[in-house]
Design a protein around this ligand. Structure first.
Ligand code: EPU
Length: 419
């Protein structure tokens, strides 16, 4: 197993390029099942969740070629095995996205139930309810979802709560359904907008993209396209916090700042000087200690839960008291005890973490737990006095492409070693 060793205390400086968005790449890869021809995708990040998705697609009969320019050729137009097996689903919950596409294209699917995970119970009841409303018959047996439909039929769907992957599952299923589907209370995350744009270029008819009411006119077939996936706003946000926590000055390229307003607003509150251009964001702390910020996570365009752990790390060494309230997942505070072991002054009350900023953290041995919690430990390690060792780095590799290489480019003292 790999671990990261960080010698903290270096102010980050320099420029890096954002990778493609993990959370946009996954549904777009699954959308290849809907198409009658191959997709050629660019800007897909080399993360382990992407590899897991490709493994799942190949497991069911898809073909995949990584071209020399980094583009991915994905042909899932003729899959043979309509089963998303537990052995793959248990490693990545987003595998539930196989359900909508298999049902829509082949009228049948067997997908393992994902089960709980480190950040919450994360049920899939809303995916199933909405697919039933499109006409699917769904039964749960032996830990698997068995779904069938004699042609899905468009209808009005109202999501009781805003959910990202259930919205994506429905959009993809409705794209090949008969008639019109209207999704009310849809999630509006930029990754959903990216999926909709890709589907429309494949021939889907989705309108009101980017709003909470999506209209999808079903079509009979979708074609292959070349599509470039949007950049990863959470990865970009993580590096911006890395610069803020080390009182540094960096520029992130290949990123659209419009999708990051809530995060940039909070960074400005910490005292960061932020400058944006069409495809880049620069942050300069001018050597100053950050000020603490209060945060409540919510759905897009509000502050993302996927940046909560990183800002918790930032608050630990910032000037003042702060509260961070997690409103999306019930158990997304696995980083709190680990940050406390580094000397952070944190206490948890319900879904709120209360923090009094301390002057410094000290390095120690830490255990990565889930993706964003792990990122927050790296950030804390960058500012801690002495050496921080982070084990179970595979959690980070799910969503960050070569994190240590990018941090090294910015001047961090960080190494990946094998146990
Ligand atoms: N929920 C239900 N029932 C459902 C679906 C969701 O109760 O059927 C609840 C969840 O338990 C949660 C809330 O609704 O409390 C929101 O969950 P959502 O469905 O939006 O989350 P998700 O689609 O499973 C995606 C991202 C997550 C990100 C969340 C919130 C992907 C592959 N995953 O998860 O990304 O945190 O949306 O924005 O897009 C990450 O990248 O680290 C990550 C966890």
């Amino acid at each position: 197993m790999h671990k990261l060793i960080i010698n903290g205390g270096k102010a980050l400086k320099g420029e890096i390029k954002t990778s493609g968005s993990k959370n946009a790449s996954l549904p777009i890869l699954f959308s290849s099942i809907l198409a009658d021809e191959p997709l050629v995708l660019s800007n897909i990040p080399n993360t382990s969740d992407v590899s897991t998705t490709i493994r799942l697609l190949m497991d069911i009969g898809g073909e995949f070629i990584l071209e020399s320019n980094g583009d991915m050729y994905v042909d899932s137009s003729q899959i043979k095995n309509l089963v998303a097996d537990y052995k793959i689903v248990k490693t990545m919950r987003a595998s539930i996205l196989a359900l909508g596409v298999m049902l829509a294209k082949y009228g049948k699917a067997k997908v393992s139930l994902p089960g709980g995970c480190a950040i919450g119970t994360r049920p899939v009841n809303l995916h199933l309810k909405a697919l039933r409303e499109l006409g699917a018959e769904i039964e749960i047996k032996n830990g698997y979802i068995y779904a069938s439909a004699n042609g899905l039929v468009g209808t009005e769907i109202y999501f009781d709560r805003i959910t990202v992957t259930a919205t994506e599952n429905l959009i993809m299923a409705a794209s090949l359904a008969k008639g019109t589907t209207v999704i009310h209370n849809a999630a509006q995350e930029p990754e959903i907008t990216d999926l909709c744009k890709c589907l429309n270029s494949m021939g889907a008819k989705i309108s009101n993209i980017g709003t909470s009411t999506l209209t999808i006119e079903g079509v009979t077939n979708l074609k292959g396209v070349k599509y470039s996936v949007c950049s990863d706003r959470i990865e970009a946000g993580t590096y911006l916090v890395a610069a803020a926590i080390t009182r540094g000055s960096i520029t992130i390229n290949n990123i659209c700042h419009q999708s990051m307003r809530s995060v940039l607003g909070k960074l400005i509150e910490t005292g960061a000087d932020i400058k944006t251009k069409k495809n880049s964001i620069s942050l300069d702390m001018k050597g100053r200690r950050p000020k603490s910020v209060n945060i409540k996570t919510s759905t897009y365009p509000n502050f993302p839960t996927d940046m909560q752990a990183q800002f918790t790390a930032l608050n630990t060494i910032s000037d003042g008291y702060s509260t961070i309230t997690e409103n999306i997942f019930e158990n997304r505070f696995m980083h709190v005890p680990e940050l406390s072991r580094m000397g952070a002054n944190l206490s948890l009350e319900g879904n709120t973490v209360i923090c009094k900023g301390v002057e410094s953290l000290t390095g120690t041995n830490l255990m990565a737990t889930d993706l964003r919690a792990s990122a927050s430990l790296v950030l804390a390690g960058l500012i801690a006095k002495g050496t921080t060792t982070i084990e179970r780095v595979y959690h980070l590799d799910r969503g960050y492409e070569t994190i240590e290489e990018k941090l090294k480019l910015l001047g961090a003292d960080i190494e990946r070693v094998q146990d």
